[in-house]
Design a protein around this ligand. Sequence first.
Ligand code: UDP
Ligand code: MG
Length: 275
Amino acid sequence: MEASSDTENFMTPKKEKLLSLAVPCYNEALALPYFIEEIQKIRPLLPEINIEVVLINDGSKDDTLETMQKICSECSFVRYISFSRNFGKESAILAGLREAKGDWVAVMDADLQAPPHLLPEMLRSVQEEGYDCVGTRRSTRKGEPPIRSFFARAFYKIINRISSIKLVDGARDFKLLSRQAVEALLSLPEVNRFSKGLYEWIGFKTKWIEFENVEKVAGETKWSFWGLFKYSIEGIYTANDVPQFGIRMDLNDMYYSLAEWCATFLFGNYRSIHC
Ligand code: UDP
Ligand code: MG
């Protein structure tokens, strides 16, 4: 890995603009060195732009934290935040957006499933074409387990039926946002976040770029079937238009109610012991 030098910009014009990359990381010790290597390749392609990388260690159980510390000691353009436990990808994204100082912020997976080579094109779209957001979507679901595709499609059908904001099927979390869009996201009071919904909610002129699904460079998906199911329910819950009568029910209560409803449906006259 190439160490960045503080003298590399000596005698060259000062770069005025900053692009931040916010990278949520859970058990990404193996993938992170490859990620930084790819970013090192992108930096010369954007000579006018400074790049900072904000890594968020979301309570990893492997050597992610140690790997981040090593990377930061070698690369001055990389910083990290470390959570006390695993809070989930959405919390890590929020922390990254808060910490990022850039004129633009890109949210990216650490596993190279958000291909860094798309960054110059995405940046051109916000700089020259007047977009505030550039989203990415998979052109196909090739390579995805059929059960996951089935539930993903069902999820998009449900959410787009019950919500006035429309989610793009196949949209990835890989997104580039202007400072204006980032501030809009940060101004929202939501604690349980569903970023895909919030990106649509804030509006702004958005361009979509399609790309072929990419395999993880290392590691395994962090999503269990149940984890993905819960995430979908949270998405449907937070992005729907049904009035909540001023009460924001805790999601754990909602899971409890769902379980209770299922028990009543299956066993009839189920007595709640919840007090
Ligand atoms: N991630 C995280 N916390 C979690 C789960 C995932 O920060 O609890 C990170 C993960 O390290 C990756 C990104 O979120 O950089 C997306 O996760 P993953 O690649 O497993 O999901 P997929 O690409 O399959 O949607
Ligand atoms: Mg991924």
